[in-house]
Write a protein that binds this ligand. Structure first.
Ligand SMILES: CC(C)(COP(=O)(O)OP(=O)(O)OC[C@H]1O[C@@H](n2cnc3c(N)ncnc32)[C@H](O)[C@@H]1OP(=O)(O)O)[C@@H](O)C(=O)NCCC(=O)NCCS
Length: 98
């Protein structure tokens, strides 16, 4: 899923500041049988290409979060240029400049 927060923080007071007027990649899931075949990386690449068309408005960043124990997700996102910006509960937030 891809979200764009218009600055209303999706009515979620716990949403991080980076969520405002930026894009959010959410719940990337590849079928267990198909993991490790490059689909995750390709999906993130295509999602970023789409986000860069700014379909819902301009933004400086795309952000996402992942469980701090999810090493596969962490490795995938960092290899694509995302940078970690801090933790919230058990998740790590990461951003990439658009
Ligand atoms: C995380 C997830 C989306 C990655 O998608 P994927 O198709 O399996 O990943 P890819 O095949 O594109 O590989 C991406 C990188 O992770 C590495 N990787 C993939 N599976 C791995 C595994 N089981 N162990 C270690 N590394 C792994 C690949 O080697 C690759 O690194 P490289 O580019 O240096 O070669 C997928 O595993 C998934 O759906 N997991 C369960 C749900 C989840 O955790 N989603 C993320 C929520 S934020």
């Amino acid at each position: 899923m891809i979200a764009y927060d218009y600055g209303e923080v999706c009515n979620d007071p716990d949403a991080p500041e980076i969520s405002q007027k930026n894009y959010f990649l959410w719940r990337l899931m590849i079928d267990e049988e198909e993991q490790g075949k490059g689909y995750g990386k390709k999906a993130v690449k295509l999602a970023l290409e789409f986000v860069k068309t700014f379909p819902h408005g301009k933004a400086d960043y795309c952000w996402l979060c992942y469980d701090k124990n999810n090493e596969v997700a962490r490795k995938l996102y960092l290899s694509m240029g995302f940078q970690e910006i801090g933790e919230q509960d058990d998740d790590i937030n990461a951003v990439i400049k658009l």
